[in-house]
Design a protein around this ligand. Sequence first.
Ligand SMILES: [Zn+2]
Length: 128
Amino acid sequence: MDLPTQAHLKTLRDLLTYRLAELRADIHAAEQERRDSAGAATRDVIDRKEEAGVRQRTEVDSAQEQRDRDELIEVEAALHRLDAGTYGDCAGCGEPIALQRLLVRPAALRCGRCQSEREHATEHARRA
Ligand SMILES: [Zn+2]
């Protein structure tokens, strides 16, 4: 199995740092938008149909925002593990996570095997 070298770790840190900034920007934009639409809703009288549309959009946005927040936590945790020198060890079995997997998903907490065991119920036919 290929293990991450120092150069790989640098690349992975860069990927994580970039993703962290991206997620923070997305979440910030979502918060901004929610404040704006909340303000608009209280200021203006909107008919029921329009109101329903706004609510639906807000639900979709907040699902996306929740995913962003979950990923942000994962990415931050991965950066902490990089600092602590424990990065790349599977949280499930303690074995090193394959480099190929880390490069695709730098914030991965588990090796492919442990992850697919956890996702067993919801796993789609995804090729590793
Ligand atoms: Zn594992």
